[in-house]
Design a binder for this molecule. Structure first.
Ligand code: FAD
Length: 370
């Protein structure tokens, strides 16, 4: 994320005594959770946002920050990170408070109609409404199961690429058969398309079989690069490793011929996919179908009035797990929540183009129309 944008836009929580009283708690700061803040803000509903990750953006930032997205309406192309940065800019007027690096663990309905919400770090809220925008749950990379290798995690063993420049000029072994493994192997082999110097010294792609789940075009490109001896593809599984003076120096790879070969390396990048963990959400007494929250399509309410579910976490007939679907759901959920926050008030739909009231909440000047 642009660090300047980060500090300008993100209001993170200060220490607070006792539970924080709020109109809404948004669980998840993925694209849909962020846009939920916008739709709530237009209705003057104040929100606190909690995410188990240390930064906003959900899957867009965690899984594909540099990949182009082409199906956001009126944005012909943007990367996952750019989408997140733009959403943060868009929600800036509403001053939501963010609580990162903590999982929402507890949700309990109280007698006064509000919800008690608590996180893994002990932050507590009393909220009139809850918006669960938890995507696929708090997701974690599937680990490489080789005894003792975990001690190299974060120094020589990585499950994600945060900064490609860290791996330039290194001898890489990239493990996996999906798009992430292929894309990163190609990326480090060829250097970046923009000419930035992310080229590794050597790249070995390692997969347990000679067949890939990734895009056929990437597989073809990989084969081309192997033929040109720009990279190597090895079939086999990691069954052990070698270390010298506390540094990982090689992995032992057992092939389908049952022979174990030693493959030297500087860095091991493992992409076995993510295993989504619905985690505590399953304990909150909500109707669940195949690890997703059942909602109606009028208000995107869960089975508990006052708790809404938007984005990838919900399910309903015809559901498509797309960012644009999540954005639509946020608008309707915000209107669905208004009676819980303002029981005395009738909330009407207004246009951001023409409504002086919305201009006020957005902090913009009302244009003069002829
Ligand atoms: P997420 O992005 O999953 O965010 C959910 C957030 O909730 C996460 O940050 C998680 O840490 C947090 N969370 C979960 N549980 C808790 C908890 N208990 N407490 C606190 N925080 C919690 N969609 C498109 O429309 N177009 C595309 O081109 C596109 N390309 C994609 C490419 C890839 C490789 C992938 C994997 C997905 C792609 N998608 C695309 C899908 C899109 O990313 C998802 O639909 C979108 O991210 C869903 O947003 P969300 O906010 O609902 O959930």
């Amino acid at each position: 994320m642009d660090p300047q944008l980060n500090s300008e836009v993100l209001r993170t929580a200060a220490a607070h005594e006792g539970p924080i009283e709020t109109d809404a708690v948004v669980v998840g700061a993925g694209p849909v959770g962020l846009f939920q803040v916008f739709e709530l803000g237009l209705l003057e509903i104040k929100a606190h946002v909690v995410d188990s990750l240390p930064y906003p953006g959900g899957q867009c930032v965690e899984l594909y920050p540099d990949k182009p997205i082409y199906d956001i309406p009126a944005v012909p192309v943007c990367t996952g990170q750019e989408l997140t940065d733009n959403l943060l800019k868009q929600i800036e007027p509403f001053g939501a408070t963010f609580h990162f690096g903590q999982e929402v663990t507890t949700v309990q309905k109280r007698d006064d109609g509000r919800f008690f919400v608590a996180t893994s770090k002990g932050t507590q809220f009393l909220a009139k409404t809850i918006f669960i925008a938890a995507g696929v749950g708090a997701f974690q990379p599937r680990p490489l199961k080789v005894e003792g290798i975990e001690k190299f995690e974060g120094t020589q063993l990585f499950y994600r690429v945060r900064n490609p420049a860290d791996f330039a000029g290194r001898n890489l072994v990239v493990v996996g058969g999906g798009d992430s493994a292929l894309d990163w192997a190609l990326n480090f082999c060829a250097g970046n398309a923009d000419g930035s110097p992310h080229k590794a010294e050597s790249v070995i792609l390692l997969h347990r079989r000679d067949g890939f789940r990734g895009a056929p075009a990437s597989v073809a490109k990989m084969q081309e690069l192997c033929d040109a001896q720009e990279m190597q593809f090895v079939v086999g599984q990691i069954t052990g490793f070698e270390e010298t003076a506390g540094r990982l120096t090689a992995v032992k790879v057992t092939g389908s011929d049952a022979i174990t070969r030693v493959v030297p390396l500087d860095v091991l990048l493992v992409f076995f996919g993510l295993s989504p963990k619905l985690g505590p959400i399953a304990q909150w007494g909500l109707d669940i179908e195949r690890k997703q929250l059942k909602v109606d399509t009028e208000k995107f309410s869960t089975s508990v009035p006052g708790i809404f579910a938007v984005g990838d976490i919900n399910t309903y007939p015809g559901k498509k797990k797309l960012i644009l679907s999540g954005f639509h759901e946020c608008a309707l959920a915000a209107f669905g929540a208004a009676p819980f926050v303002f029981p005395e008030k009738r909330v009407m739909l207004q246009y951001t183009t023409t409504s002086p009231k919305l201009h006020k909440v957005l902090g913009v000047e009302s244009p003069v129309f002829d």
